[in-house]
Design a protein around this ligand. Structure first.
Ligand code: ADP
Length: 497
């Protein structure tokens, strides 16, 4: 048997399967890829749903395509899964069919529930227990909504007839032919129901959020044996030996295994995850306390901060305003100017994320003069990536997180060398972009490879050299620019009030 790993990367907009092979340098390389887009359903304003059955069928099709392309199931040693986090699924234990469309992480339908729990004073307890603030983003209120919306579901849950889970849990159930109802500790850490320290469900949280513990999956480590595939599905009883939420899988893929190691993924939004070491940190700056990974009984915790609009600001300039014909053009336009000319863009299109959490903030342009033109807007959008990252890193430092040696980056925006240099300059940190960009899938593959003993550690593999940007900005310039940004953020927040 060859030692290929089948990674399933179930994301918000598509489902992908990738076959990874060990490369002679000790890294991994992808040898086959299959991808299917996922339909998005918006039944009401603020509601976002996926069809869990569609996700399952796409998973099966992409896995079969990749197995065939890579030369057959006998070449594979294990499966690793990574997924969009927080998205909630309710299904029938007997038929294995979803009982409702899945509620996607972006969905705000339970905002009234979390607002009520906040008003009742529950947030400090929830944050101390789970690391998370009270927000509809997390799975608990979505699970409860599903149980209330589907007729008879609560009564059936009490009789053990229905199952709840996030996407990896749903896929493992289907892949094992209904034999295993399990989750991994990183996905569980995003539900608001798991004690961040002990990594077990808590009865008081289940009671608070009205989610019956019996309907929840068992929590395992990220490289544990999650079950074996039903041989009728893929042609063999391949073991599922890796699972982690997408951002945590990227953390593992970057080899960010020590306290002070951090990664940020710059896609539509941006997600910073910083390894804080062998015990949980509860943020005083509205970052999220979360699990980095669990390997056997060893766990590493992390702090996380999300930027809602990163690449989407460039998309807006391209598709909404028509200033760019493609995203890559933004680099030359930004470089055409000697500086930002005092123009700042706060991309609060959908509110501001960490550390502000201002859902009502809106996009704001400041510092315009008669000299301001298209290049200023584009440059301001790229510079905003750096200022927002700096805000997150300052919050991390204020929370007592270990200082960052290097900021590891991935995602579509990292193709922009101007933006990456500007991030290094404003954040005063070395920025490193690995040669391989499939970080979430790679993380799942490495966890599975570790789980079956194919690799003996998860430290960074000796792959192709990364691209590196080091800080070189004059400190006085940096201080002046950051001051301008802070005024612009104040304007964006005041405009929302
Ligand atoms: P996601 O996974 O969230 O869909 P990707 O990692 O594929 O996102 O990145 C896509 C984003 O990257 C888009 O918002 C796009 O505007 C942005 N992007 C792509 N190339 C560049 C570039 N050269 N400069 C700036 N932004 C870019």
């Amino acid at each position: 048997m060859d030692r290929l790993i089948l990674a399933i990367d179930q994301g918000t907009t598509s489902t992908r399967a990738i076959a990874f092979a060990d490369s002679p340098q000790g890294g991994f390389r992808s040898v086959a890829v299959s991808q299917i887009e996922l339909a998005q359903h918006f039944p009401h304003s603020g509601w976002v749903e996926h069809d869990a059955a569609e996700i399952w069928h796409a998973t099966l099709r992409t896995c079969r395509a990749v197995i065939a392309e890579a030369g057959g199931i006998d070449r594979f040693a294990a499966i690793g899964i990574t997924n969009q986090r927080e998205t909630a699924v309710l299904w029938d234990a007997a038929s294995g069919e979803p009982l409702h469309r899945a509620i996607v992480w972006q969905d705000r339908r339970t905002a009234d529930v979390t607002a009520r729990l906040t008003a009742e004073g529950h947030e400090p307890m929830v944050q101390a227990a789970t690391g998370l603030i009270l927000d509809p983003y997390f799975s608990a209120t979505k699970f409860a909504w599903l149980l209330d919306a589907v007729p008879g579901a609560r009564a059936r849950a009490a009789r053990g007839e229905v199952r709840l889970g996030t996407i990896e849990s749903w896929l493992i159930w289907k892949l094992t032919g209904g034999a295993r109802h399990v989750t991994d500790a990183t996905n569980a850490s995003r539900t608001s129901l798991m004690d961040l320290e002990t990594r077990q469900w808590r009865d008081d949280l289940c009671a608070l959020f009205k989610v019956p513990r019996e309907a929840l999956p068992r929590i395992l480590g990220c490289s544990d044996h999650f079950g074996d595939c039903d041989p009728a599905l893929l042609g063999a009883a391949l073991p599922i030996h890796g699972a982690a939420g997408d951002q945590q899988a990227a953390l593992v893929a970057h080899g960010a295994m020590k306290p002070g190691d951090a990664k940020i993924t710059y896609g539509t939004g941006a997600f910073l995850v910083a390894n804080v070491g062998a015990s949980p940190v509860i943020s005083s700056r509205r970052l999220l306390g979360t699990l980095g990974y669990q390997l056997g009984d060893t766990a590493a915790w992390a702090l996380e901060g999300s930027i809602f609009s990163a690449g989407s600001a460039i998309q807006w300039l391209r598709d909404g305003v028509g200033l760019l014909s493609d995203s890559a053009q933004s680099e030359a336009m930004a470089r055409s100017l000697p500086g930002n000319g005092g123009v700042y863009l706060v991309p609060g299109f959908t509110g501001l994320g960490a550390p502000w959490w201002e859902p009502d903030a809106r996009g704001t342009l400041t510092g315009l003069t008669r000299d301001s033109g298209p290049a200023h807007f584009v440059r301001a959008a790229l510079e905003a990536l750096a200022y927002q990252t700096r805000d997150l890193l300052d919050a991390l430092a204020a929370d007592g997180a270990p200082p960052l040696a290097v900021l590891r980056v991935d995602g579509g925006v990292t193709a922009n060398a101007f933006a990456m240099q500007f991030i290094a300059d404003i954040c005063e940190v070395t920025v490193e972009r690995p040669a391989l960009q499939e970080m979430t899938a790679l993380g799942a593959a490495r966890l599975a490879a570790f789980g079956i003993g194919l690799i003996d550690n998860l430290s960074p593999a000796a792959t192709e050299a990364p691209t590196v940007w080091t800080p070189r900005m004059d400190p006085a310039d940096r201080a002046r620019l950051i001051k301008g940004w802070q005024s612009a953020v104040r304007a964006a927040i005041i405009a929302a009030q």
